[in-house]
Design a protein around this ligand. Structure first.
Ligand code: SAM
Length: 327
């Protein structure tokens, strides 16, 4: 039997659209896109969507439901050629939507100001550890210094509050969560700890690396002054803490211990123009072929079907990769 839908659809008042603009990444994180992952050019995959095509697809989504927020993700979005232009085009198309990006920060330093000027409102930078050796073990193709320089450039460019995303991993950060909170506090950034999901390369690591949000909060409360709960915003449950004498907002995103399907207003489109209604659902529906042949009714039908199913509780973890769809 399929799980029931909530009485009021979570997308009734608008959509949060996550646009994965490439599946390429330059970090090779063990839980996401390790070195063993297949190349983007393998398997005769169809031609990815151009910037114009991605913008056109966003326009089709806006015809079906208002878009309240667009997030550019990947793979690594800053590897996409023309990413600043894409932000500018989306800004023009959706002047009232919040436009955000999730990046690993490796190429952010030279681009932060241009992204801001093009109309990007919000930046989330992924940072799982401040320890160089652990960073190298987790993300062997990257450089910790580059991400830290990217964060500083983003703060200087006026992204406020910058958000730092940290996936909870026992052997990488479980014993040093407070150092990441202190780092965020020193930059007036907000930090969000995310539970590791058993998706893609995360699945084999999950049994030994998973740390729940509740355990992480308990660990932090033993080590830092706690100012009290701040309630939920989006998918994050937030708490106020103190680090180095500053107040800092610490969020926890718990897709494993507390799934948020009933309030999920996210739709996803990947770099090949596939619509994915649920991160935990399989596959996706091709929107690019109908776009290329001018079949707008097919696109509208697929979007309406995706919206109609929103709010249903997911039951399985799929075989998809996170770098293909962007979290
Ligand atoms: N390259 C960008 C980045 O590193 O932020 C954007 C894409 S990445 C897939 C988006 C987020 O998903 C990152 O914060 C990453 O740490 C997270 N992520 C990847 N695999 C995950 C997993 N199995 N469980 C939880 N989060 C995961």
């Amino acid at each position: 039997m399929r799980a029931a839908l909530p009485a009021v659809s979570p997308v009734a008042s608008g959509i949060y659209l996550r646009l994965s603009v490439t599946s390429a990444c330059d970090l090779r994180c063990a839980y996401c896109r390790p070195g063993s992952a297949p190349s983007d050019r393998s398997g005769g995959a169809p031609r990815p969507a151009s910037n114009d095509e991605l913008v056109a697809l966003v326009g089709e989504v806006a015809r079906v439901r208002p878009i309240r927020k667009i997030r550019l993700t990947g793979g690594e979005p800053l590897l996409r050629r023309g990413i600043v232009d894409l932000v500018r085009e989306l800004r023009r198309l959706a002047p009232r939507a919040t436009i955000g990006m999730t990046t690993n920060g490796q190429r952010l330093a030279p681009l932060a100001a241009a992204l801001r000027a093009a109309g990007l409102d919000a930046l989330n930078v992924s940072l799982d550890t401040l320890d160089e050796r652990r960073f190298g073990r987790l993300s062997p193709a990257g450089a910790l210094d580059a991400t830290l320089a990217g964060i500083d450039a983003a703060v200087a460019a006026g992204f406020e509050p910058l958000k730092i995303n940290t996936v909870l991993l026992r052997s990488i950060n479980g014993d040093r969560l407070e150092s990441l909170v202190e780092y965020a506090a020193a930059r007036d950034a907000e930090i969000r700890f995310i539970e590791l999901m058993p998706i893609g390369a995360g699945a084999p690591l999950y049994p030994r690396e998973f740390l729940s949000a509740a355990d992480a909060l308990a660990r932090l409360r033993e080590r830092l002054p706690y100012d009290g709960p701040l309630g939920a915003r989006g998918t994050a449950v937030r708490h106020a803490m103190r680090a180095d004498g500053r107040r800092v907002v610490v969020g926890f995103i718990s897709p494993v211990s507390h799934p948020f399907c009933d309030g999920c207003d996210r739709l996803r489109i990947d770099a090949r123009g596939r619509l994915v209604a649920c991160l935990r659902g399989e596959e996706g529906v091709d929107l690019l072929a109908p776009l290329r042949r001018g079949d707008r009714a097919a696109i509208a039908g697929a979007l309406a079907a995706a919206c109609a199913g929103k709010g249903r509780a997911a039951t399985d973890w799929p075989t998809r990769t996170m770098y293909g769809i962007g979290g």
